[in-house]
Design a protein around this ligand. Sequence first.
Ligand code: C5P
Length: 234
Amino acid sequence: MTRSSPLTPHPSPVIAIDGPSASGKGTVAERVAAALGFHFLDSGALYRLTALSAMKHGVALDDEAAVAALAAKLPATFRDGAVWLDEENVTDAIRAETVGEGASKVAALPAVRAALLDRQRAYRQAPGLVADGRDMGTVVFADAVAKVFLTASASARAERRYKQLIEKGNSANLPALVADMQARDARDTARAVAPLKPAADALLLDTTHMDIESAVLAVLAHYTLCMARSKQGN
Ligand code: C5P
């Protein structure tokens, strides 16, 4: 894999968008990618697919070596706007709360994170990539030209998730969602490897009182600024 140096910028720029669950980063990242005609990586989907694959194979989620072996050979593809594991369409299955919970457990295992590293980096292709996750700016694409850390208060994020669930016809309990959100944040922030935290050079964007459009515009403006700076050699 070719690496960029300060003198030879990588030909395919990366915009790294990190943040806690339900901060809106997935939607923002997808729209930024569409606006620029860039590729899009939903890295959380890879952790969700790993957890789902372990559940299907009866592998315990804390069996690090066995889960990492599954992650290294994940028969997953993203095509036709859907996510596939082998020949099964798992687009909805990976969004289940149990799978999200499982993803956050397997994501704490260093060997699993290592097994998914090259796969994530392979998404970096011309003309550029928008990558969404927890450690895009700190680990996977530490040389990203633009980094954004998207946050919102736990109650605002829980309310957004609540609305999504109700709109899809599911039942939901707001206090339980707030508690789940806080538990997952705590696990993602406290883990030893690649914890959830803003990169030192990330733009912090608090979307508690911001709509999606404004967040997308803020990320695009930040990217334009970062590209201009990198061309000046700053
Ligand atoms: O973003 P999403 O909620 O789909 O991610 C599911 C879980 O995968 C997160 O709770 C987090 O624990 C883990 N994850 C991670 N690193 C990433 C993306 C997701 O640890 N880059």
